[in-house]
Design a protein around this ligand. Structure first.
Ligand SMILES: Nc1ncnc2c1ncn2[C@@H]1O[C@H](COP(=O)(O)OP(=O)(O)OP(=O)(O)O)[C@@H](O)[C@H]1O
Ligand SMILES: [Mg+2]
Length: 235
C-alpha cells in the first residue's frame, strides 16, 4: 500500500472529458495519481478505459478539463516532452521497423540523446532481453515485443507509465512473464502507473487503487481490495 498522506500528486486529472460526434467517450473524469502508485482502471468493454488513457498523455485532446503533471497544466508542456514523461504501452506493441536497439533508442534520440550500447543493453537486461539489441523486431514473439515496448518506454525515464491491457494479447506463459516483469518494474518506485486491465486478479496483484468505469464515467474508486470485495462493482 502506498502511503499517500502528505504526498504531492504526481498527476491530477480534473473533469476530463472527450466528446466525439456528440458521444461522450470520457465524461468528467477526476482522479489523482501519487508518486510510486499503481492505479488500475477496470470496466466493461467500451466503457472508455483506452479513451481515458489516451487523454492522459494528450494522444487525444480533451474536449474539456485538463491534467496537471507535478502541478503544471499539461497543455503548457510540449506533446513530445509530455509523452516522454507519461509513456504509453499498448496491448499490442507497435514497434518501428528495424532492430530492437533502434526501438529502444528512439525516444531519447528525439530529445537529442544518443543512448550508448551499454545503456541499451542495461535497459534490455532490465526487461529480460539481454543480448537482443541487434535482433530485427519482426522476429520477436508477442511477449518479447511487449518487453521491447517496455524498454522503449523506460528509456525515456518516464514519471508515469500508462499500460493499456499489457498482457491481454499474450498466451498464459508470456502473460505470467510480463506480469512478473511489471511487478518488478513497478516495485522499483521509479515511476507511477495507470494500468487498464480486464483481469481483476491482476489488478489486485499490481495496483493499490482502482477506478471502475462505466459508459465513460468513473463510477467507483478506492483501494483495490475494498472495491474488489464489493464484487458487484466489477464487470
Ligand atoms: N476515435 C473514436 N471515435 C469515436 N468513438 C470512439 C473512438 N474511440 C473509441 N470510441 C468509442 O468510445 C467508446 C469507448 O471506447 P474505448 O476504446 O475507450 O473503450 P475500452 O473501455 O477501452 O474498451 P475495451 O475494454 O474493449 O478496450 C466505445 O463506444 C468506442 O466505440
Ligand atoms: Mg481498451
Amino acid at each position: 500500500m502506498v502511503d499517500t498522506e502528505g504526498c504531492v500528486p504526481l498527476l491530477r486529472a480534473v473533469e476530463l472529458s472527450r466528446v466525439v460526434d456528440g458521444k461522450a467517450l470520457v465524461q468528467g473524469a477526476t482522479f489523482t495519481l501519487y508518486p510510486r502508485e499503481v492505479l488500475a482502471v477496470v470496466g466493461p468493454s467500451g466503457s472508455g478505459k483506452t479513451s481515458l488513457l489516451r487523454l492522459l498523455n494528450r494522444l487525444d485532446e480533451p474536449t474539456s478539463g485538463t491534467v496537471y503533471l507535478n502541478g503544471v497544466d499539461y497543455r503548457t508542456i510540449s506533446p513530445r516532452e509530455l509523452r516522454r514523461r507519461v509513456g504509453l504501452v499498448m496491448q499490442v506493441p507497435y514497434l518501428f521497423p528495424g532492430t530492437v536497439a533502434d526501438n529502444v533508442r528512439f525516444g531519447p534520440r528525439q530529445a537529442g540523446i544518443i543512448l550508448s550500447d551499454k545503456a541499451v543493453e542495461a535497459l534490455l537486461a532490465r526487461v529480460g532481453l539481454p543480448g537482443y539489441g541487434d535482433r530485427d523486431v519482426t522476429h520477436l514473439s508477442g511477449g518479447e515485443a511487449q518487453r521491447v515496448a517496455l524498454a522503449r518506454a523506460l528509456a525515456n525515464r518516464p514519471q508515469v507509465l500508462l499500460l493499456d491491457e499489457p498482457t491481454s494479447a499474450l498466451d498464459e506463459e508470456a502473460k505470467a512473464g510480463i506480469e512478473a516483469l511489471l511487478q518488478d518494474l513497478l516495485a522499483s518506485g521509479e515511476f507511477a502507473a495507470v494500468l487498464v486491465t480486464h483481469d481483476l486478479a491482476q489488478a489486485a496483484r499490481l495496483a493499490q487503487r482502482v477506478l471502475v468505469m462505466e459508459a465513460g464515467r468513473i463510477v467507483r474508486s478506492g483501494p483495490v481490495k475494498e472495491v474488489l470485495r464489493a464484487g458487484s462493482a466489477f464487470p
